[in-house]
Structures are given as C-alpha cells and as structure tokens.
Write a new protein. Structure first.
Length: 243
C-alpha cells in the first residue's frame, strides 16, 4: 500500500504540473524556438528530416505512435513489479531513482516550460499522433490530464534509461546489453513522433547522472552496527591415542 501511495503522489504531482504552466504558453513557445536554434548551432540532426524520412511509411509511424502511447508507463510498471518480487534491493534503488528523477524534472518543467516540436509547424514537424493515430493528447488548451509544455527533460527517455539500468544490473552475461535497446528505441520514437527534441534526451541523461550520485546503488545496504557475542566453541580434550 505504501508503494501504491507513492506512485499516486507522483501522479498527482505530475498532473498538478499542468496547472503551473497556465499563462506561460507564450513563454513555452519562445523557449521552443530558442531550443530549436540552439540545436542547429550544435549541428545536431534535424528532427524534421528524420520524421520526414518515415512519414511515407505509415505502418512504421503508427508503430512509433503506439510505442509512445502504450509502452512508457506499462513497461516501467512491469519492471517495478518484477523488481519488487524478484530483486528487492534493485527495486529500492529503482523506485528512489525514478521518484527523484521525476521530482527534479517537474521542477524544471515549471521553471522552463517548453513546447514540443509537434507544436512548431514552421519547423516542418507534424503531430504524427493526430495525423495517423493513436494520439494520447487532446487540444493543449483543454487538456487537463497532462502538461504538454513539459518537453525538457524527457521523462519518457529518463524512465526508459532507469528501467534499462535496473534490468542490466539483474541480468547475467551478454544478454544484459540487449536492454539498451529500450532507451535507444525510446529516443528515436519521441523524436520521430515530434514529442521531444534531441536535447531533451541529452538533458535527462545529465539529470540521471546527478540523481545517480544522490541515490545509493543497488546492493549497497546500510546495516546498523551491533555487538555480536562470540560463538561458543566446544573443545574436545586431547587423549593419548592407544597403540
């Protein structure tokens, strides 16, 4: 019940973030323009070019939309439940990391509202969710369930990285490296669907490094010191052997 309560608090905090951006839509759009031009200064790949290359393949675009809509929360929830049952130490690290990362991200969302690329038609990016479906967002001005001006940092990417790290820590052999596919695919999906910029993923990676320095790693358990009485050792008297 305590774990469910924690998740509920995080959800309510995320929902409350929608109220914090009311009246800051113009600022979010201005920040979007600044981020777009900043990426061009850094010579990062153009998000519009990547999206345009896939728009002619409707099946792949729909698959990306479904991944964005249906994988983010369920994959994280399943990983948390599995860790809770099988790897409690790693679960504790994962839960703390997700909670801390989300809390920091919510602060950034409030301080630096940012419209996603799909809201920038002048950049040549379309909203693939509305164009092909399924779409998880309604009209930005009437959406009361989510904060659509919270592109920086990307929690989709951040949670995917934490899930991958937890699974890698609990998987033996070369198979552990296969979990990297989850955050890599997530980055591609959020960019192709027009929901995030490249720098949103870069920013959350930097934030994960900071959070990682604050949250104890899995397997590190603090045990209170206590005195332990020495175990009694029975000694058998030595008798001379009979010849």
């Amino acid at each position: 019940m305590r774990e469910f309560a924690l998740v509920a608090v995080l959800f309510l905090a995320y929902k409350a973030g929608r109220l914090l951006v009311d009246g800051h839509v113009t600022e979010a759009m201005n920040n979007a323009g600044a981020i777009w031009h900043f990426e061009r200064v850094l010579h990062l790949p153009n998000e519009a070019g990547l999206q345009t290359s896939l728009l002619s393949h409707e099946w792949w675009v729909r698959a990306a939309n479904c991944f964005y809509a249906y994988v983010h929360f369920p994959a994280t929830a399943v990983a948390l439940i599995w860790m809770y049952v099988k790897k409690p130490e790693t679960y504790l690290w994962m839960r703390r990391t997700l909670a801390t990362l989300t809390a920091f991200a919510l602060v950034i969302h409030a301080v630096f509202p940012l419209a996603p690329p799909r809201m920038l038609p002048w950049a040549g990016i379309v909203d693939t969710g509305r164009l092909f479906g399924p779409s998880v967002y309604g009209a930005p001005d009437s959406d009361t369930l989510s904060n659509q001006y919270a592109a920086m940092p990307s929690l989709h990417v951040g949670w995917a990285v934490v899930v991958a790290l937890a699974l890698m820590a609990t998987t033996a052999g070369w198979k552990r490296w296969l979990w990297i596919a989850h955050p890599v695919l997530t980055v591609i999906v959020v960019v192709v669907t027009g929901n995030h910029y490249w720098v949103d993923a870069i920013a959350v990676l930097g934030l994960i490094v900071i959070v990682g320095a604050l949250v104890p790693r899995p397997g590190v358990v603090t045990v209170p010191s206590q005195r332990v009485a020495p175990a009694a050792v029975s000694r058998t008297p030595d008798y001379p052997r009979r010849k």
